[in-house]
Design a protein around this ligand. Structure first.
Ligand code: C2E
Ligand code: MG
Ligand code: MG
Length: 941
């Protein structure tokens, strides 16, 4: 069975990965290779204990053929051991890793001594089988046992038959001996009896001869009762062999001397082997940095230790007993508890790893990682625990440094958002009030774009330095991101947070040096307070940032306190963000089309698709209000796709209605280019609606290109190659880097509307437009001027030789149907819209405030916004306001004041006509009061 098949059987065809000892078996092939390379026998049991897979070492070790090994483990165990082994197997099934030494039955009926490890195999956190490793240590065990046995033989020589024994009678000089001696020495019994001193001398190694003689004489002279000695004796094959000689007077016959010789060569070989192996292991252990030791966990006694052990502890107790007292004196107090748990766990037989700190008398500390693997007697008691220790001080230091880096911003070297949040949490614990002051310098993206990232970094360093220098010592300063910072201001300062913030805003008066420029910043700030605004660190930071965003909407340096009650505008953004998710499916989006014409003939040369959102409550939402919201989430993707699809569909319907088609352009969010496959999306839409790519144009702003993303370039090249045209929108509004024109396949430049506004009277605007036109001619680009509203503007552009125009003068953006009639007409005439503003400015107004009370019957707590009330009758109030209001679904409180007079009422907004909202009074008596209020100011109304 292959490993893969075996795993399939184990895991019952589930696709989840298998884990052995924390390692994922993700690649069956490489796992199989690993198993077969392994020096030990490796095998897998199913949960019943049947072997279902093994490497080739197992049959070799047990002497079975491969086919006969798929058996229960009981088959390979001596009967008396099965209960103990089953207990270990069951522990592995409960998720534990166990190590033990046991006997295995060889096919040839002898027993092997095996060192065994069992580990659980896990899938989906369930144990589905057991992984086993076995090493044959029979030979080591045998050698060890030999030594023990022979040692005891030395003490019980009489019982050992193979030894050479002879008896010597000094009075008769006769020798009674066994045949083995003669065989051994290669002399006949007669010869032995008459061995001369010289011959004896020749038989015994010269080194041993004199001591032997000396001892023997002392024994004969009764000076000693016995002696023992090692002697090298020349044997039959003419080689010296080391024998142990024991001579003593026979207890029953004091005259007689018995001499016993026994062969030491086997013992010596066993000793030599053991010593060699121990030496080899020791060499390896000594070479390792790790400290390896064997410890009796119940007493702490060190049974064995490598050199590295000393390097870690630098000293050892004299009795080699790592008692808990000794250990805990050296372990850092912070790790005592963990160590106690660890020892408990070890004593209960579980292996594990712990990291702890050692303290030394000179103040040094070391981080130690200790892995302990208990090894059991067959009776289930712990024999000893193998321990591997590493000095991980360096690794810990790196970790700490990395953690530092993760908490400190690399450029400003200030604590980052994470550390800020952590610190807020810490301050919160102290239960003292403090403020979070968020600050933005508002220029980082502009500087990055205009001068490059190196200058951007300089800006960050400069702004962070300014804050570090000016902040009081007790204030904690951190970096939020970009050129935005946050300060934690303790209560001593935060009581006067206003003057604190004002000092900060005053910094905007000083230029900041970014070689070689001096730049000024508009500073926006926001304040939230603990405990008033939130009890949660992240939320508190968010609130202060919300207040900062509010300040940023104003065009000067300012700060705001966080207020839980938002204003209507803020609320509207929030609601729109929610509703935008459903805008497509509720059919609230549609496109309008604005023609681009030849500036001389008025012939339509192209059209731009512009998205619209007709919201049921808030009315028509301009794209500049909701496209940025869409870009904050991934909604812009769905909306962008919808625009391309709808524009292509419109082209197809115009073609079918018989119009001559001219190129259509769509606007693309810069972020769209970051998603791969956009180019194929366009290709598919063109194919679906049978449109030539030459009739399709993408309008992108510089923001899309500023990112300098290689993908953007690849997509644009691909589309350009297809024939799709690329227009650079709002040219002149941003940084208008010529590099983009050179680097990207741009076909059209659209001159931003701001130039049209000033062109007729502004020589500088004319000069810029002139240079754009010149540059376009050099790069062979087509040009469209946007936002032409008046004949004068048209004439100026004509005079500058601008070929194409887009603007209200020729047409506002119009519906599909009107566009169709335009296309059939082909030519448009300039019509100056003189009534454009007349409806917008009523002649009379009273200043007031409006506040939303309920929306969809939900009570709200908002701030007031400004309104101008122009007219009233008994039922309606007519007013204008900058903030868009929802129709029919909300109630408002309105307050009007003039001098010392004041009046208030509640109303529902029911319509929007001629630039004015129409509010219906909820209460007739209030309506009357308002009417009288108006009449008191303008009695003739
Ligand atoms: P844009 O691409 O520069 O579009 C031209 C904008 O100028 C349009 O505003 C258009 O109605 C307006 N406009 C045209 N002629 C005149 C004029 O003579 N006077 C004045 N005052 N305005 C004129 P709109 O439709 O509000 O769109 C604003 C911006 O929203 C667009 O600027 C474009 O950047 C974005 N946008 C519009 N539709 C989409 C879209 O489908 N996707 C994306 N991503 N953005 C869009
Ligand atoms: Mg555009
Ligand atoms: Mg534009």
């Amino acid at each position: 069975m292959t490993f893969f098949d075996a795993m399939q059987r184990l895991s019952r065809s589930s696709t989840s990965p298998l884990f052995i000892g924390g390692l994922e078996l993700s690649h069956p092939d490489s796992a199989e290779f690993f198993f077969h390379q392994n020096a030990d026998a490796i095998f897998f049991f199913n949960h019943l204990g049947e072997i279902i897979y093994f490497n080739e070492k197992l049959p070799a070790m047990l002497g079975y053929s491969t086919e006969t090994l798929y058996e229960h483990f009981g088959v390979f165990n001596p009967p008396e051991q099965i209960d103990a082994v089953t207990a270990f197997f069951e522990r592995a099934l409960t998720g534990e890793t166990v190590h033990y030494t046991a006997q295995g039955l060889h096919n040839d009926h002898y027993r092997l001594t095996l060192k065994i490890t069992n580990m659980p195999i896990l899938q989906d956190n369930r144990v589905i089988g057991v992984y086993g490793i076995a090493r044959d240590i029979t030979r080591e065990k045998q050698l060890e046992e030999d030594v023990v046995q022979i040692r005891s033989q030395l003490e019980l020589t009489e019982h050992i038959p193979e030894l050479v024994v002879f008896h010597y009678d000094p009075s008769t000089r006769s020798i009674e001996h066994s045949a083995s001696l003669m065989n051994y020495l290669g002399v006949s019994s007669d010869e032995l009896g008459t061995l001369s001193r010289e011959q004896l001398h020749n038989l015994i190694h010269p080194r041993d001869f004199d001591p032997l003689l000396f001892n023997m004489e002392r024994l004969i002279d009764c000076e000693v009762e016995m002696f023992e000695q090692e002697v090298s004796v020349l044997n039959a094959s003419n080689g010296y062999q080391l024998l142990r000689l024991k001579a003593f007077r026979r207890p029953e016959n004091n005259e007689l001397i018995s001499v016993i010789l026994y062969d030491l060569s086997e013992v010596n070989e066993a000793r030599r082997q053991l010593t060699l192996e121990r030496e080899q292991t020791r060499e390896i252990y000594e070479a390792l940095d790790a400290a390896i030791s064997q410890i009796d966990p119940s007493t702490g006694r060190v049974l064995f230790h490598s050199q590295g052990f000393l390097q870690i502890f630098e000293e050892l107790p004299e009795d080699l007993c790592l008692s808990q007292k000794w250990l805990f004196e050296r372990i850092d107090e912070r790790d005592h508890l963990a160590m106690k748990h660890f020892i408990q766990q070890l004593l209960s037989g579980k292996s594990g790893t712990i990291q702890y700190r050692l303290r030394f008398p000179d103040g040094r500390r070391k981080w130690i990682e200790d892995q302990q693997l208990p090894v059991f007697h067959l009776d289930g008691n712990i024999a000893y625990s193998n321990s591997i220790m590493h000095d991980i001080t360096l690794q810990k230091e790196y970790e700490e440094r990395l953690q530092q880096l993760a908490l400190i911003d690399a450029i400003t070297e200030l604590p980052n958002r994470q550390l800020l949040t952590d610190t807020i949490e810490e301050w919160m614990k102290n239960d003292q009030s403090f403020s979070v002051l968020s600050v933005s310098f508002n220029r980082i993206s502009e500087i990055n774009n205009a001068f490059g990232h190196a200058s951007g970094d300089q800006w960050l360093q400069a702004t962070s330095r300014i804050l570090s220098i000016t902040k009081p010592e007790e204030v904690f300063l951190g970096h939020l991101g970009g050129d935005e910072y946050a300060m934690l201001v303790p209560s001593s300062y935060s009581d006067d947070i206003t003057s604190c913030a004002e000092k900060l805003l005053a910094l905007s008066a000083n230029p900041i040096l970014i070689e070689p420029y001096e730049l000024f910043a508009r500073i926006s700030a926001g304040v939230s307070r603990f405990p008033g605004d939130s009890q949660d660190a992240i939320e508190l930071l968010k609130h202060s940032y919300t207040a900062l965003r509010r300040s940023r909407r104003e065009d000067h340096s300012t700060f705001h306190h966080y207020a839980s009650n938002l204003d209507i505008d803020y609320y509207r953004r929030y609601r729109l963000e929610q509703d935008l998710h459903y805008a497509i499916e509720r059919n609230e989006l549609f496109l309008e089309y604005q023609p681009k014409v030849d500036s001389w003939t008025g012939k339509i040369i192209g059209l731009e698709a512009l998205i619209r959102w007709q919201h049921p409550e808030w009315g028509r939402i301009p794209p500049n209000d909701f496209i940025p919201l869409a870009e904050e989430s991934s909604l812009h993707l769905a909306i962008g796709d919808w625009v391309i699809e709808t524009a292509c569909q419109a082209m197809n319907s115009w073609a079918r209605a018989g119009s001559n088609l001219i190129p259509i352009s769509v606007n693309v969010s810069p972020k769209r280019f970051l998603i791969p496959g956009f180019e194929h999306q366009i290709e598919q839409a063109l194919l679906k609606y049978n449109l030539s790519p030459h009739l399709f144009e993408l309008e992108i702003t510089e923001a899309a290109l500023i990112m300098e993303d290689p993908n953007t370039n690849r997509m644009l090249e691909h589309l350009s190659h297809l024939g799709v045209r690329i227009a650079l929108d709002d040219f002149g509004k941003g940084y208008s880097s010529m590099v983009y024109l050179q680097r990207y396949p741009i076909d059209v430049v659209k001159i931003d509307r701001q130039f049209a506004t000033h062109i007729a009277d502004d020589a500088k605007a004319q000069a810029i437009v002139k240079s754009i036109l010149y540059m376009a001619s050099v790069f062979s680009l087509s040009v469209v001027a946007e936002g032409i509203e008046t004949i004068r503007q048209l004439e100026t552009f004509r005079a500058l030789n601008c070929p194409n125009i887009q603007g209200y003068l020729f047409s506002r953006p119009v519906s599909t149907e009107i566009m169709q009639s335009y296309l059939l007409r082909e030519i448009l005439y300039p019509i100056e819209a003189c009534a454009l503003t007349s409806e917008g400015t009523p002649s009379f107004s009273i200043e007031g405030k409006i506040k939303m009370l309920t929306h969809h019957e939900m009570a709200l707590d908002f701030d007031y916004s400004d309104i101008h009330a122009h007219q009233t009758d008994t039922r309606h109030l007519y007013f204008t306001t900058e903030v868009p209001l929802p129709l029919n679904t909300a109630t408002f409180e309105v307050r009007l004041s003039e001098g010392l007079q004041l009046v208030s009422c509640t109303l529902t907004v029911i319509g929007f006509e001629h630039g004015q909202y129409i509010g219906a009074y909820t209460n007739t008596s209030e309506a009357e009061l308002v009417l009288r209020f108006f009449q008191s100011i303008r009695p003739f109304i």
